[in-house]
Design a protein. Structure first.
Length: 216
């Protein structure tokens, strides 16, 4: 089983509905590739959060570890613009509301530790977006304890401890408007979860984006 760590984003109905953001799209890509997937994240206690749960279920992504946050709204991709289906200038990332990440639900170390204890039977873990050091430490330690493969998306500009040598590390993209990075990440996780060695797994999907890991 693959565990993807990161907060999902909802697409508003007038933006086509469904899932957005690297964590949710990577989890969906892994599910499409045949993997059993659970998403560890947090969404608001609102209508958008309800729609998000349904979209995850339709995508074949488990959400028993998706927490609800009554104090923050579920982030939503901005409404469709008449000139651009993403609501932005061509080539740019779609706008997300609330724009300030501090106003969106966020994971803390206790959330993630509880989720990983509950899920237990995982063999691959993906941190699909940069996380605070405390969350990273919990995930790295848990993956090491059970011998799970570890894929990390990190912010190179942020200070933090060096990830373990066994991890596959990617630099977070500035944006992923077409979901290519998320799809590659999910398919790579699925291949590794099937037992394919990392190098061979990466070669299976590298043609999709031409991206190489920071360290393999």
């Amino acid at each position: 089983m693959i565990v993807v760590v990161g907060n999902p984003i909802a697409r508003a109905p007038d933006s086509g509905g469904g899932l957005a953001g690297v964590p949710a799209e990577a989890a969906a890509a892994a599910a499409r590739a045949g993997a059993t997937v659970q998403l560890v994240g947090k969404a608001g206690e609102d209508r958008a959060g309800d729609d998000l749960m349904l979209a995850l279920a339709r995508a074949g992504v488990g959400h028993v570890a998706l927490l609800r946050d009554a104090a923050h709204a579920t982030p939503i991709v901005a409404a469709v613009d008449q000139d651009d289906e993403l609501g932005d200038a061509p080539g740019s990332a779609p706008s997300v509301i609330p724009a300030d990440p501090a106003e969106r639900p966020s994971l803390d170390a206790a959330d993630v530790e509880l989720a990983l204890r509950y899920l237990q039977d995982y063999t691959t873990v993906v941190i699909a977006e940069p996380q605070p050091n405390a969350v990273m430490t919990i995930v790295v330690d848990a993956a090491s304890f059970v011998g799970a493969a570890l894929l990390l998306v990190v912010d190179r500009a942020a200070d933090g401890s060096e990830p373990p040598a066994s991890a596959v590390v990617f630099e977070a993209p500035g944006s992923d408007p077409d979901g290519a990075f998320a799809t590659m990440l999910g398919e790579l996780a699925a291949a590794i979860d099937r037992g394919t060695p990392v190098g061979a797994a990466f070669r299976e999907v590298e043609g999709r984006l031409g991206l190489t890991p920071a360290r393999e």
